[in-house]
Design a protein around this ligand. Structure first.
Ligand SMILES: *Cc1c(COP(=O)(O)O)cnc(C)c1O
Length: 479
């Protein structure tokens, strides 16, 4: 399998190259040249596979430059009971991402957040850590990962890379802006290859520093600086797996269909659903949920994509969705416009200049309907009401992001054909967002047993002003 850039660059690298590269040289995003098609016979054969082996089968369609035995071993080490906590309760492999029916046969919750950091980003990031280690060892190389986080990405990356001898992680976070639990998750790691830098500014300041360092080609090459942000194709490919897994858990035959509802920020999670559907998985609808930052809901309703400025982006109680320029959206639009890179380059010229584009009234807009997307927007009051309702009715505590999706899923339920279940993707555990849970329920969520006491552990973090020079000097002194 070779990979192409959404903006038409001529190179056709393989998987292991794009794994370490990030953006294509023309600023586009990598996608497989062809979307592999899955036959009914394959679907039948996959239905009963343990999660790790299903992951191997699906990833094999996208990766042909890692020997099969090695890839299978990487998948089995990643999707294992010592990594995903629900699986520890027994050896049932479906417990890597268990499905829980709230309304039997109709509304289910697909649990994707029982990895080390209690957010769904572990599902892909844990695999990425093992892939990095494997490919770097094979090439005799090392990598220094520089990233910025407002919460979930940083901890998922650190837990995936901790203890890996060829990788160091330098993670910038906004000083004093994350929840106490999120701070403790990152700053209590004692591994020598993990460096936490708290900048006295906002998330955007941290992000700007990462961009400035990444744009310094000489520094980047000399110090082998890499990234793990959500544009990495390996993360999308790993996320495709749980759509298949969720579909198998919710249905008994491949003649049935299912819908998925996805709390969306950078469009990585739901893009994986679109890829799964394009591969032939019988997905009736992909339902996109936003919070008050509703750029994507607007696009799916009107065909106009109008990213907002940072000053027009709201800080909400589902903070991982406070995104107004979704970095993976370009991959979806590439498909919509018939995989035409010149068209994508033209549309993104407007976006990069701070403008909008509209596909309304074009044949591309009709393609949107074929792709099966629905959308909706949820607010703080909706989140609180949904959390309360699910707790009182079903006895489950859902986190604010999952609540956004639950609200939108129920809103569209009446429009789905009878017999088509909707699976709400649970992207984080309530324990990560104690303040909002307390506001909704008047009580704090339970912390998993192995994470109790986390906030009392000693913390390691370097506080510094948001200056590029200071961050560069810090990195140089430690590699
Ligand atoms: C990252 C994240 C999201 C958004 O996912 P995207 O792939 O960026 O669309 C939603 N919920 C939680 C809890 C997250 O951490």
């Amino acid at each position: 399998m070779k990979y192409l850039s959404t903006r038409g660059h001529a190179a056709r690298p393989g998987f292991c190259d794009i794994l370490l590269e990030g953006l294509a040289p023309d600023g586009g995003l990598y996608l497989p040249e062809l979307i592999p098609q899955i036959s009914f016979a394959e679907l039948d054969a996959w239905r009963r596979l343990p999660y790790a082996d299903l992951a191997f089968e699906i990833l094999s369609k996208f990766i042909d430059d890692i020997p099969a035995d090695d890839l299978r071993d990487l998948c089995r080490r990643t999707y294992a009971a010592d990594v995903f906590r629900h699986a520890r309760a027994g050896d049932d492999p479906s417990r890597i991402a268990p499905l829980r029916w709230l309304e039997p046969g109709r509304v289910g919750l697909l649990a994707l957040s029982n990895g080390p950091t209690l957010a769904f980003k572990d599902m892909a990031m844990q695999l990425l850590g093992n892939l990095f280690e494997y490919v770097l060892a094979r090439r005799g190389e090392t990598l220094n990962i520089l990233g910025a986080t407002s919460g979930d990405t940083g901890s998922a990356a650190e837990y995936a890379m901790r203890g890996k001898s060829r990788v160091k992680v330098f993670m910038l976070s906004p000083h004093g802006k994350m929840s106490a639990f999120q701070r403790a998750q990152m700053y209590s790691l004692a591994d020598e290859n993990i460096f936490n830098i708290a900048v006295t500014g906002m998330f955007d300041d941290a992000q700007d520093i990462v961009k400035a360092v990444s744009n310094d080609a000489a520094f980047k090459a000399k110090h082998r600086i890499g990234a793990v942000n959500s544009i990495n194709w390996a993360r999308i490919a790993a996320q495709v797996v749980y759509y298949f897994h969720g579909y198998f858990a919710a249905t008994s035959s491949n003649t049935q269909q299912a819908a998925f509802c996805v709390p969306t920020g950078n469009f990585g999670n739901i893009l994986a659903g679109h890829i799964a559907r394009s591969m032939g998985l019988p997905i009736a609808r992909l339902i996109l949920a936003t919070n008050e930052n509703d750029v994507l809901d607007e696009f799916f309703r009107t065909g106009t994509y109008r990213p907002r400025k940072a000053s027009e982006t709201y800080v909400t109680s589902s903070p991982s969705m406070d995104i107004s320029k979704a970095s993976n959206f370009e991959r979806f639009v590439f498909d919509l416009v018939g995989r035409n890179p010149a068209k994508v380059a033209e549309l993104w010229k407007a976006i990069d200049a701070g403008d909008a584009f509209s596909l309304s009234g074009t044949p591309h807009f009709a393609r949107l309907v074929e792709c099966g997307f629905l959308s909706g927007k949820s607010t703080h009051a909706d989140r609180l009401a949904t959390i309360r309702e699910r707790y009182e009715r079903d006895g489950v505590m859902i986190d604010p992001h999952t609540a956004d999706a639950m609200k939108i899923a129920c809103q569209h339920l009446g429009g789905l054909p009878a017999g088509v279940p909707v699976l709400v993707l649970e992207t984080a555990q309530a324990a990560k967002f104690a303040d909002t849970l307390r506001e909704a329920l008047g009580r704090a969520p339970e912390i998993p047993a192995d994470l109790q006491g986390l906030e009392a552990l000693p913390q390691r973090v370097e506080v510094m002003p948001p200056e590029v020079g200071a961050v560069k000097a810090f990195i140089e002194a430690r590699i």
